[in-house]
Write a protein that binds this ligand. Structure first.
Ligand SMILES: [Zn+2]
Length: 248
């Protein structure tokens, strides 16, 4: 059993006993960690308010070698998540970020770039921002970092270059745009505007380019694509989706 230090975002807190909780944390250093927080539910417990949902904290935990839960020994609050003026749209968007992080990452599989993208998204959502662009920026980064980014320039089936003109066929099952020859073989195709496909192709190339100023129409179109794509990747729609404005 070794003692580890990490920077962590609190993704989930579940009651374990009258006094203890099980917390799911996304750490920058170790990826997702699930740990028992003894005494967390006591009024003057050892973690005070550090284990608030979406809080950023510095933690110390004992890593168990077996299947047993890790043990959280310290949590110091660095930054609490509070939406501006109690804005529900920002709060729900932050919950949505936490849900995606929890669903998409594996225990002890660190992705510092994803952690930083989440931290940035949550920082933006603490301000009176336009929520939709913050979310799609985070989602595109998450897809890229985790290797799930759809193909925007080459046919997802046969690999040839796809010219983005007019409407471009896209298949979330195939994982990208399709050429004319392959579109007939694929089911559940949607067609995307070439402008959106071009923007996404530009955005998808690392290192990350500056976030574009999204047109409302493109943003709405992309929201629809992402909703289907997440549902396909996760096997179900994200639970928080219906609470996002224009999400469902
Ligand atoms: Zn093709």
């Amino acid at each position: 059993m070794s003692s580890e230090k990490a920077t962590a975002l609190v993704l989930k807190v579940v009651e374990f006993s009258e006094t203890s909780s099980i917390v799911t944390l996304l750490t920058r250093e170790f990826g997702k960690v699930r740990a028992l927080a003894k005494g967390a539910r006591r009024p003057k417990g050892p973690f005070e308010s550090a284990l608030d949902l979406l809080a950023l904290c510095r933690i110390v935990f004992l890593r168990k070698s077996s299947d047993a839960l890790d043990l959280l020994t310290e949590a110091k609050l660095e930054r609490r998540f509070r939406p501006p003026g109690g804005a529900l749209s920002n709060l729900y968007a932050a919950y949505y970020v936490a849900e995606l992080l929890n669903e998409l990452t594996d225990d002890y599989d660190p992705h510092p770039e994803l952690f930083d993208a989440a931290d940035q998204a949550l920082a933006a959502l603490r301000t009176p921002c336009a929520v939709a662009p913050v979310l799609v920026q985070f989602e595109l980064t998450a897809l890229r970092v985790l290797g799930h980014l759809p193909s925007w320039t080459q046919c997802a089936d046969c690999g040839i270059d796809v010219e983005p003109v007019g409407r471009v066929p896209f298949s979330h099952l195939a994982g990208g745009v399709l050429c004319k020859a392959c579109r007939n073989r694929q089911k559940q195709i949607v067609s995307l505007s070439s402008g959106l496909v071009q923007t996404l192709a530009r955005l998808s190339a690392p290192p990350p380019v500056e976030a574009p100023v999204w047109e409302a129409r493109q943003l709405g179109e992309l929201r629809g694509v992402l909703n289907h794509y997440w549902s396909h990747l996760l096997g179900h729609p994200p639970r928080m989706l219906r609470y996002l404005s224009g999400g469902a």
